[in-house]
Design a protein around this ligand. Structure first.
Ligand SMILES: [Zn+2]
Ligand SMILES: [Zn+2]
Length: 57
């Protein structure tokens, strides 16, 4: 089964994991935050859809 991975910040679909990162939300620990390479470089803010925590890290 294949999951579509999209960047949490810009909604870009990630076709591979190169340069991207994913981690559990540091606040609620339930939602997985995904960031693409360009969002990491630009330090684009992300917002957790579950608890609305936002941050650059
Ligand atoms: Zn992105
Ligand atoms: Zn959260």
């Amino acid at each position: 089964m294949e999951n579509k991975i999209v960047c949490t910040s810009c909604k870009a679909q990630l076709t591979n994991n190169k340069g991207s990162t994913k981690f559990k939300c540091p606040k609620c620990g339930q939602h997985e935050i995904v960031r693409c390479e360009s969002c990491r470089k630009l330090a684009t803010r992300y917002t957790c859809p579950k608890c609305e925590f936002s941050g650059p890290n």
